[in-house]
Design a protein around this ligand. Structure first.
Ligand code: NAD
Ligand code: DAU
Length: 354
């Protein structure tokens, strides 16, 4: 492999993946980070990477729906592997404004597949990063397996399901060298605070209300982001063409328990709230998310057995690392809270992104 293009590389998982690739994986080639720079992108998170790996790392601002622009990036850089993370990723946003989800997640993925099809032989692997939400909601028992039927319930998960189907269809029809991974909820450094864990850390730190949807008993299967990055790289380098791998943390927790752990950790690190009392007192139960999936849980036996991957981090250790990272990186948190990170991006890369 000479050049890996990471779409959505300026987002949460993409940023962590690029860091893993360049700093830890042993990969010796080049990386192109291609990103449209929507509200969810934060190039400040990659500033040190760009400096440390100048010559091996390049950033390009482009929309995956723009086939001419992306094709030129692929050809100009000799890209031979594409790791496709770019997406609209937040379920709540997909409920109020689904259009961008259809455009980026479905049309954008289709454009990329066409780019690969036009370069058969030159692109050795197209890896599609997907989600366990395509499988829908579980009852109290069972886990999602690779052969679980698709049953998406939100515009976000339906758009990801559509993109998975397109990737699979391009394998069957045109023989594209694709792999797909469907992963559970990620947490860790550099996550945008619209998602549960960073939102709760930001608010609990600052003594603000902690909005828990419904009864707080919806269950998610949490995976530390570095473990996800390692799993993706394992699939890219050792996975079989045309195959799907489920990735998860074997850590099912109701949301309310996750929020309790975060409150207790922050109480331990920062002491009680200024007026006294635990941060658990900030919890506010709010109106439920429409179509809120009750429970997700991943059976990741296949990737463990066939590719020898296993999550290294337990929730107990991963959440401590995560809380400590946000506390130690107050400047990063502030730049996100004040919107300064957007100004920085626009100063460097011009207007246009939402
Ligand atoms: P994110 O929202 O943090 O980042 C998405 C990135 O994609 C942003 O940098 C954004 O600017 C970029 N992007 C959006 N539209 C684009 C376009 N049209 N062209 C180019 N770039 C565009 O998302 P994330 O949480 O890092 O998720 C990354 C991928 O992993 C997504 O495909 C998501 O579906 C999948 N996933 C996420 C999780 C999770 O828990 N976060 C779990 C499983 C799978
Ligand atoms: O399962 C993988 C998916 O995990 C990814 O595909 C998505 O991109 C990612 O956003 C995530 O989706 P969720 O909807 O599960 O994540 P979110 O952080 O938005 O919510 C996690 C749970 O917490 C969910 O049950 C809703 C609840 N929640 C969320 C927020 C933001 C709250 O109770 N309060 C909140 O304020």
């Amino acid at each position: 492999m000479k050049c890996v293009m990471v779409t959505g590389g300026a987002g949460f998982i993409g940023t962590n993946f690029i860091r893993y690739l360049l700093d830890e994986s042993g990969y010796a080639g080049r990386v192109v980070c291609l990103d449209k720079l929507t509200y969810a992108a934060n190039l400040m998170s990659l500033e040190d990477v760009a400096r440390r790996h100048a010559g091996r790392y390049v950033f390009v601002r482009a929309d995956i729906c723009d086939a001419a622009a992306v094709g030129a990036v692929v050809d100009g850089n000799g890209v031979d592997v594409i790791c496709h993370f770019a997406a609209e990723s937040h379920v709540d946003r997909s409920i109020v404004a689904p259009d961008a989800f259809i455009e980026t997640n479905i049309v954008g993925t289709h454009r990329l597949l066409e780019i690969v099809r036009a370069r058969m032989g030159r692109i050795r692997r197209f890896h599609h990063v997907s989600t366990d939400e395509v499988y829908g909601s579980l009852g109290p028992e069972g886990r999602f397996r690779e052969d679980t039927p698709y049953h998406p319930n939100s515009p976000y998960s339906a758009s990801k399901a559509a993109s998975d189907h397109l990737v699979r269809a391009y394998r069957e029809t045109y023989g594209l060298p694709v792999t797909i991974s469907n992963c559970s909820n990620n947490y860790g450094p550099y996550q945008f605070p619209e998602k549960l864990i960073p939102l709760m850390i930001f608010n609990a730190r600052d003594g603000k209300p902690l909005p828990v949807y419904g009864d707080g008993m919806n269950v998610r299967d949490w995976l530390y982001v570095r473990d996800h990055c390692e799993a993706i790289w394992r699939v890219v380098t050792a996975g079989a063409d045309g195959e799907t791998y489920n990735i998860g943390g074997r850590t099912e927790l109701p949301n309310i328990e996750v929020v309790h752990v975060i409150c207790d950790l922050l109480d331990e690190r920062l002491g009680p709230l200024p007026g006294g009392g635990s941060r658990r007192g900030l919890i506010t139960f709010v109106k439920d998310r429409p179509g809120h999936d009750r429970r997700y849980a991943i059976d990741c036996g296949r990737i463990e057995r066939e590719l020898g991957w296993k999550a290294a981090e337990s929730f107990r250790t991963g959440i401590r690392r995560t809380v400590d990272w946000y506390l130690a990186n107050a400047d990063w948190v502030k730049s996100v809270q004040t919107g300064e990170y957007r100004k920085w991006v626009e100063d460097q890369y011009g207007g246009g992104a939402r």
